[in-house]
Design a protein around this ligand. Structure first.
Ligand code: FAD
Ligand code: NAI
Length: 462
């Protein structure tokens, strides 16, 4: 007889959400997690600690740059970086403990340790075999390495090291102008580090709408970021706690170097399957290291499912969570579903950047006839009042049917504003549906309505 209906391997946002939903659906559930705390990459060394440091450093920036403009005089705050780290650690602890509480509340067994699938329906942890009718792999991802670059998590760090530096570096070189590089770069740029980003491509944030990407880079430059574009990092030399980054400029193949106190390697993440035993059972893993699944997250091994960063798709916590809920429904005999066309992406810089659906470039390539509704935050009273008029909303709709196809924005509260369009897209709404919806004044959300109005007869405040 099975010990469990479901054993979930991995306690990150994919795994813990899956375990909770399984328990809610009446399935006897356990979750195997090897870390000391639940919550995976996201809660321990990802989303949550990075947002805590972004919040603290943004507050410092506001106090030192904008307070006097509003008549808030007095001594500027100084940074106690140790205390800032304690604050961040406290936020992490509160959240990971919260998941432990939810496990107890939902009667989910946390099997502590790293699990190996030793046979179909069997997960072994520290020599003890646990039987389950269904196994869900949610083992997540880890930073990918770069040839010629050795990470010591002191001078040459991944995001994990960057979240826990002992002091603010004078200079930081970030390899990769993706999400991690720009968020963590923002933290240290605000705290006074000289931040230089070395990026292989000639634009930042690959995959993002090109217009937004350009505006974003311009804004980051204004904030003190330096960029070396079209540069492939070849190696990093370290000596006496300092680093030398060697790169090749793609345009003329010339070699150059840049020195730094700390180098952050942020060139992507790769699926984590070490010690899992999945391949030994005949499980299929793609060339990119992802566990292959069908539309219902089933692997080719009977009774074994996989979700989150370890499978295909954007490496995002909310995508993992959605899959966690959906696979639980499938296992319980219900109709689990994830709409991969409506997964928002957010970069939590200042201003925030957010997107959902197709980019203009993707629509062009697909030959779709589209129209654009654009609205600048300069026309939004609330944004101007807080010195954040620099940014815009770009709504893309089908030229004939007016159905919303995508939305891209850079501006205050973008990470929250985007969800109005996510809901609209889930309901197959037109731009006019959003334009006809009353939006409270004065809110940032009025910019979304104005962009929708711009898809029709025109925005009012433009
Ligand atoms: P993970 O969160 O990686 O969890 C997997 C867990 O499985 C880990 O705890 C690991 O210890 C455990 N595990 C692995 N193998 C085994 C085994 N054999 N036995 C037992 N346990 C095992 N995403 C967002 O959406 N928003 C953000 O703001 C955001 N910020 C980020 C910031 C940083 C710095 C980083 C690195 C990532 C960020 N992400 C963000 C991405 C997000 O963290 C991941 O997409 C998300 O955590 C994936 O969830 P998951 O459950 O698939 O895997
Ligand atoms: P990324 O894939 O976003 O960006 C990597 C960048 O590195 C790319 O621009 C790439 O061109 C560049 N690069 C690669 N090799 C290079 C080289 N040799 N020299 C110079 N540049 C090079 O990866 P990142 O930032 O590491 O993030 C990993 C994952 O974490 C992402 O998939 C993201 O979804 C997730 N994440 C999400 C966050 C959010 O949702 N706010 C925050 C942080 C991470």
């Amino acid at each position: 007889m099975s010990d469990y209906d479901v054993i979930v391997i991995g306690g990150g946002p994919g795994g813990y959400v899956c375990a909770i939903r399984c328990a809610q659906l009446g399935l006897k559930t356990a979750c195997v997690e090897g870390r000391e705390t639940l919550g995976g990459t996201c809660l321990n060394v990802g989303c949550i600690p990075s947002k805590a440091l972004l919040h603290a450093s943004h507050s410092y920036h506001e106090a030192t740059h904008n307070f006097t403009k509003m008549g808030l005089m007095g001594k500027s705050p100084s940074v106690d970086f140790g205390k800032m780290q304690e604050y961040k650690d406290g936020v992490v602890e509160g959240n990971t403990k919260g998941i432990e509480f939810l496990f107890k509340k939902n009667k989910i067994d946390w099997i502590k340790g790293y699990g190996t699938i030793t046979a179909a329906g069997e997960v072994t942890v520290d020599g003890t075999a646990h039987k389950a009718k269904n196994i869900v792999i949610a083992t997540g991802s880890e930073p990918s390495s770069l040839p010629g670059v050795e990470v010591d998590e002191k001078t040459v760090v991944t995001s994990t090291g960057a979240l826990a530096l002992p002091k603010i570096p004078k200079s930081m070189v970030v390899i990769g102008a993706g999400v991690i590089g720009l968020e963590m770069g923002s933290v240290y740029a605000r705290l006074g580090s000289e931040v230089t980003v070395v990026e292989f491509l000639d634009h930042i944030t690959p995959g993002m709408d090109a217009e937004i990407s350009k505006t974003f880079q311009r804004m980051l430059k204004k904030q003190g970021f330096k960029f070396i574009m079209g540069a492939a990092v070849q190696s990093v030399d370290t000596s006496k706690g300092k680093a030398k980054v060697n790169y090749k400029l793609r345009k003329d193949d010339s070699d150059a170097t840049i020195d730094a106190d700390v180098v952050l390697v942020a060139t992507g993440r790769k699926p984590f399957t070490d010690g899992l035993g999945f391949e030994a059972l005949g499980g299929t893993i793609s060339k990119r290291g992802q566990i292959e699944t069908d539309d219902h997250w089933r692997t080719n091994v009977a009774g074994v499912y996989a979700i989150g960063d370890v499978i295909d798709g954007p490496m995002l916590a909310h995508k993992a969570e959605d899959e966690g809920m959906a696979v639980a429904e499938v296992i319980a005999g219900k109709h689990g579903h994830v709409n991969y066309n409506v997964i928002p992406g957010v970069i939590y810089t200042a201003p925030e950047v957010a997107n959902v659906g197709k980019t203009e470039e993707e629509l062009k390539e697909a030959g779709v006839d589209y129209k654009i509704g654009k609205f600048s935050f300069m026309g939004n009273a609330r944004a101007k009042a807080i010195f954040q008029g620099d940014g815009f909303v770009k709504l893309l709709a089908d030229a004939k049917t007016d159905r919303i196809l995508g939305c891209h924005l850079i501006g205050p509260g973008a990470g929250d504003l985007i969800h109005e369009i996510c809901v609209a897209m889930e309901f197959g709404a037109s731009a006019q549906d959003v334009a006809l919806t009353c939006h409270a004044h004065p809110t940032f959300s009025e910019a979304m309505r104005e962009a929708a109005l711009a898809c029709g007869d025109g925005a009012i405040h433009a």
